[in-house]
Design a protein around this ligand. Structure first.
Ligand SMILES: [Zn+2]
Length: 309
């Protein structure tokens, strides 16, 4: 795997779906569309190969991107061909941005160094959720420009302290950076949401939405599904809302809630009752997925706590 760098975003790519990009690009590709004297907007898409709303937004905005000052990184095109988050046996392209000895980590390091040297004014990494969530931004720091960027996308944001190695965490070292979770792949509004947000940022206006408020949460724990456990798809309705004490988080079997320091914090949040994991206290969830494969590859959900922006 080798990073390709191109200085043009050809019009022919407007017709290319994510699943056909590997044939067109040959691998992960950074489009360097900078204009002299203008700090670029950095956009990354397809770090997860099955999450194609970001790429669809880039296709739609291609003529404007070609004129604006931008850097566009198109990530895991191999996984996109297979319509998978990542290929079996390969690392997750959104966990490799803070080092590692994989080919993906080497590409990520090259992209981050290139971007840092270009001093981007903002960085946006576009993702889809597998579960039903309202749109939200993920931040790695809470300085005013980053909060303004998050608020411009949605009234909800999550300050993520884990997992290590996600792209926004690396980019937050050198510019205001957010991950935007634009909705599910199935929902046509997801591409619309990504495109309209990026279009506003391309206009160059400060990313403010008049009168917008921001509900900010911090991740209290990352929750994984125990091997024998069966998830409860109905729980998706509590994403970004408090689930009451006594709610069953699984149909059967247990979970593990991991605190930031890697310790097992399960006992703080839930207990096994009649074989299912049941909340001990009201808890805000996020990213609860109804898809068992995603739950096992990544995690089932996060537990959140509200904080003051
Ligand atoms: Zn993703």
């Amino acid at each position: 795997m080798e990073l390709k760098i191109r200085t043009e975003l050809p019009a022919s790519l407007e017709d290319v779906p994510a699943s056909a990009l590997l044939d067109e690009l040959g691998g992960p590709t950074l489009f360097d569309l900078r204009q002299p004297g203008r700090a670029p907007l950095f956009v990354s898409v397809l770090l997860h190969g099955n999450e194609d709303s970001g790429w669809n937004a880039v296709r739609r905005l291609r003529p404007r991107l070609a004129e604006a000052s931008a850097l566009v990184f198109v990530g895991n095109v191999e996984a996109a061909r297979a319509r998978r988050r990542s290929l079996p046996g390969r690392v997750d392209f959104n966990r490799v941005w803070e080092g590692g000895d994989t080919p993906e980590a080497a590409v990520a390091g090259e992209v981050a160094d290139f971007a840092a040297a270009a001093c981007p004014r903002l960085a946006v990494d576009v993702h889809n959720n597998t579960g039903e969530n309202p749109p939200y931004a993920v931040l790695a720091r809470t300085d005013p420009p980053t909060l303004a960027l998050a608020r411009a996308f949605s009234e909800r944001a999550m300050l993520a302290t884990q997992p290590r190695g996600f792209q926004t965490r690396r980019f937050a070292r050198f510019c205001p950076a957010v991950t935007v979770e634009v909705g599910t792949v199935r929902d046509p509004a997801s591409t619309e949401r990504a495109a309209s947000f990026l279009a506003r940022l391309l206009d160059g206006a400060p990313p403010e939405r008049d009168g917008a408020t921001l509900s900010l949460f911090v991740t209290a724990a990352r929750v994984t599904l125990d091997p024998e456990a069966e998830l409860e798809p109905d729980m998706q309705r509590y994403n970004f809302r408090p689930a009451p004490a006594g709610t069953a988080l699984t149909r059967s079997g247990g979970l593990t809630a991991w605190a930031d320091d890697g310790s097992d914090a399960s006992g703080e949040f839930f207990a096994l009752q009649d074989g299912a994991a049941v909340l001990k206290r009201p808890t805000v969830l996020a990213m609860y997925t109804g898809d068992p494969e995603s739950a096992r590859l990544d995690c089932l959900c996060y537990f959140l706590e509200p904080i003051e922006p």
